[in-house]
Design a protein around this ligand. Structure first.
Ligand SMILES: *[C@@H]1O[C@H](CO)[C@@H](O)[C@H](O)[C@H]1NC(C)=O
Ligand SMILES: *[C@@H]1O[C@H](CO)[C@@H](O)[C@H](O)[C@H]1NC(C)=O
Ligand SMILES: *[C@@H]1O[C@H](CO)[C@@H](O)[C@H](O)[C@H]1NC(C)=O
Ligand SMILES: *[C@@H]1O[C@H](CO)[C@@H](O)[C@H](O)[C@H]1NC(C)=O
Length: 387
């Protein structure tokens, strides 16, 4: 009976705050691209007449339904694209040819100017190429422009662009002076967003609707952490701290943050609103997943992005309300548990007085713990079933 009330309360709490949904994801694992639907159904994307080697960074354009990917060990190309429109036929286009020592650490796509951008860590550059005619094939020297050529020892790594504000953000995993920086997509107005208390911000993404940057880094003591802040560097907070993982890729969906862990070859997710404490594994692979991207069905609707400040407030309010609700529900459940235990004790001691000769002290003492076990099991089950 009490258990039932708990279940109703939990379901009610979950229902009050709307349904939480997973985004579809594409994951670059070894020489394969995996498509993950609803957080549980995997299928491999077949690429026609293409021999992949080591797939890494990904970018997706919802306006043309094209996926861009880089292939680290491919003998003739750096960056390729494939249309996700047609299930049966997916020809791969070779976009940027490989002919010298350039690298591709991270890809970003700007649908407004049809521009593909990437970080070249080895040569300390952020490069771009216009993707306006179809098909496109570019030799490394022609058509490629440099957006930024960074100073000595800089190591650009993560890269994201914002089609609404026309901004570009990147991380610099410099050995002694790592930074998170931004500029306009055309390269002007470069500035440092964050420079203190950073170690190796290698996995990086932007939540466009909330105007928040997310990054993950290894803390060199067995711990890793995921942090977030508004795009101007304010409101910085630790989103999650864990142990024993090295995060290679991170992407932000509507309700969840997803990341890929090099050590355990797993994909993890955690709710953005802070309503769950521990991340959930979404699967283990044969190779570490080097790239991860959310597949949005629609291009970003920039009119839904509130004037600066508005989105920040609604986000802060939302997570505060949920935190309070979770605390209240928790307190309520604990109180009910205590009352139930007390009632049971009183009832039992009355029973024990009548049947003094069969009283069993041990059982009486351990009962509240039995009860607590039941409660936490049921809670865990419901929590797993709700997302
Ligand atoms: C892919 O590899 C197979 C076997 O090594 C080879 O026969 C085929 O020509 C390759 N295809 C392409 C497009 O490189
Ligand atoms: C890459 O190659 C170019 C020309 O081929 C050269 O100027 C540059 O120094 C090389 N960069 C590195 C990091 O080796
Ligand atoms: C770069 O882009 C920004 C924002 O779109 C614009 O205000 C600025 O004038 C541009 N600068 C140049 C040099 O084109
Ligand atoms: C974008 O959102 C606004 C406001 O919600 C809506 O009026 C408009 O139709 C949307 N545009 C598109 C292209 O969906």
């Amino acid at each position: 009976m009490l258990l039932k009330i708990h279940l109703i309360l939990i379901v009610f709490t979950a229902g009050t705050f709307g349904s939480v949904q997973h985004n579809n994801l594409i994951i670059a694992v070894g020489d394969e691209l995996e498509f993950l639907t609803d957080g549980n159904a995997y299928r491999t994307l077949t690429l026609n007449s293409y021999n992949a080697t080591k797939l890494s960074s990904l970018a997706y354009d919802a306006t043309t339904r094209k996926l861009f990917f880089s292939d680290q060990r491919h003998h003739y190309g750096h960056i390729f694209s494939v249309s996700l429109d047609n299930e049966s036929h997916r020809p791969v286009e070779d976009i940027v040819e490989k002919n010298n020592n350039e690298t591709v650490e991270s890809l970003a796509y700007d649908p407004v100017n049809k521009m593909l951008l990437w970080t070249d860590g080895l040569n300390r550059a952020i490069r771009r190429v216009q993707i306006d005619n179809d098909p496109i094939h570019i030799e490394e020297k022609d058509g490629i422009e440099i957006v930024h050529f960074l100073e000595n020892d800089a190591k650009p790594r993560g890269l994201v662009s914002d089609p609404c504000t026309r901004m570009l953000y990147w991380t610099n995993v410099h050995d002694s002076n790592p930074t998170i920086e931004r500029s306009f997509l055309n390269g002007s107005h470069r500035e440092i967003v964050l420079h203190s208390d950073l170690l190796l911000p290698n996995a990086f993404d932007l939540d466009i609707m909330e105007q928040m940057l997310y990054w993950a880094e290894d803390l060199h003591n067995g711990y890793f952490r995921i942090e977030r802040s508004y795009v101007n560097g304010t409101g910085r907070q630790e989103f999650y701290r864990g142990m024993g993982s090295f995060i290679v890729s991170l992407t932000v969906g509507d309700d969840f943050v997803y990341w890929s862990d090099y050590n355990h070859k797993k994909i993890w997710c955690l709710r953005k609103d802070g309503s769950s404490r521990s991340p959930l594994s979404l699967g283990t692979f044969r190779n570490p997943a080097l790239g991860l991207v959310v597949i949005h069905h629609q291009p970003v609707n920039c009119t839904m992005l509130s004037e600066d400040g508005q989105a920040e407030k609604s986000f802060a309010e939302k997570s505060e309300i949920i935190t309070i609700a979770v605390c209240l529900t928790g307190t309520c459940l604990i109180l009910m548990g205590i009352v139930a235990a007390l009632i049971f004790r009183v009832w039992k001691s009355m029973g024990c007085q009548r049947l003094a000769f069969v009283s069993n002290k041990n059982e009486d003492d351990t009962f509240p713990f039995h009860y607590f076990d039941d409660y936490s099991n049921s809670y865990a089950m419901v929590e797993k079933a709700t997302p």
